[in-house]
Design a protein. Structure first.
Length: 346
């Protein structure tokens, strides 16, 4: 077990916010967690699991023991007639894992290309893009209890996936075992890539690519390339401009609420959902309130995509939170809709 004291966290959060961890443990396997739990001083301390740092906003130094997940590994676990099961270590970079499946000739994850973060964080957030969510390709995961040290496996039902939600984002309810927030560290994740492969092309950006290229039956690799191009054009590279990707969830409303808003704002971007609700584009709502390109201190709204908040250089977590709250207030006052942030504020 490697323990670093007063460890800098700026390299480990994609917003690039300056902060430090009192103690940071690099977790490369379950044995590191067992060693931590047995430690006479650190074992009883509060713990904070850190993957790629792409979904957090640090507002100060972290007193809890930071568990930096670095579990490696990529392999085809099973290649059956109906699906191929692939397994990744939780510390693997998500986009690199998707790219690896493309190199193996395995389709199924191409719509999720270029999403920042690690594989282990993907089920926590139930990441999604361009018509696919992680739950659509999820098989199972292995995790370890940060209190007892017990290792366990969860399937999709047990993960309780929702829109950008899972059991890992909820604290245990009184009298119930539901909720693993702060309790579990994911070690490995397995994906089910169905056979035969079928493209998912429902999003308008992909339909535009089909029209531009004249390709009406794209391969998985072509969709992967299109998604990478679309995301690169819209979203800043966190290695160049600090950001946490999409900062707010797209809100859902009833059809009646949507019609009311359309009556006032005919151009609002909206998507009917299978359950009868309507999803609104949070980026459009923010842009309509005039926030694109605006800043609070060194935290700003990206000029090319209003859904993304960026670090213009030396931004603090407090500035990011202040900007986010101001945006929430503007959207609520104009549309009566409360935007919910995606990143966790620490």
């Amino acid at each position: 077990m490697i323990v670093e004291t007063n460890a800098p966290l700026q390299p480990h959060n994609t917003f690039g916010i300056v902060a430090r961890a009192r103690n940071m443990v690099r977790v490369r396997g379950a044995e590191d967690v067992h060693a931590l739990l047995a430690h006479p001083e650190l074992g009883a301390e509060p713990k904070f699991v850190l993957g790629g740092g792409s979904n957090i906003v640090l507002t100060g130094d972290v007193k809890a023991v930071v568990l930096k997940v670095e579990v490696a590994g990529r392999r085809v676990l099973e290649d059956g007639p109906k699906a191929t099961i692939v397994e990744f270590g939780a510390g693997e970079n998500w986009h690199e894992a998707v790219t690896w499946t493309m190199e193996q000739g395995l389709g199924g994850l191409e719509n999720l290309a270029l999403i920042p973060g690690t594989v282990g964080a993907s089920p926590v957030q139930n990441i999604g893009a361009y018509g696919i969510e992680l739950q659509d390709r999820f098989e199972s995961l292995d995790a370890i209890d940060l209190v007892t040290g017990r290792e366990f496996t969860l399937d999709a039902t047990q993960c309780a996936f929702g829109y950008r939600d899972s059991v890992f984002k909820h604290s245990p309810a009184r009298g119930s075992d539901f909720g693993l927030a702060g309790r579990a560290l994911i070690l490995r994740v397995r994906m089910r890539l169905p056979k035969p492969w079928k493209p998912v092309l429902g999003y308008i950006d992909l339909q535009r690519k089909m029209a531009e290229t004249g390709v009406q039956a794209p391969t998985a690799r072509q969709i992967y390339d299109w998604v990478c191009a679309i995301r690169s054009a819209k979203l800043p590279d966190p290695r160049v401009i600090g950001n946490a990707g999409s900062f707010f969830k797209n809100p859902t409303v009833t059809p009646e609420q949507c019609q009311d808003i359309i009556g006032r704002e005919p151009n609002i971007v909206h998507y009917p959902m299978p359950d009868g609700s309507v999803k609104l584009a949070a980026g459009w709502l923010i842009d309509a309130c005039g926030w694109k390109g605006k800043s609070v201190g060194q935290a700003g709204v990206y000029e090319k995509q209003a859904l993304v908040l960026v670090n213009r250089g030396g931004a603090t977590g407090g500035e990011v939170v202040t900007l986010a709250r101001a945006i929430q207030t503007s959207v609520y006052e104009r549309f009566g809709i409360r935007l919910e942030p995606e990143p966790v504020v620490v």
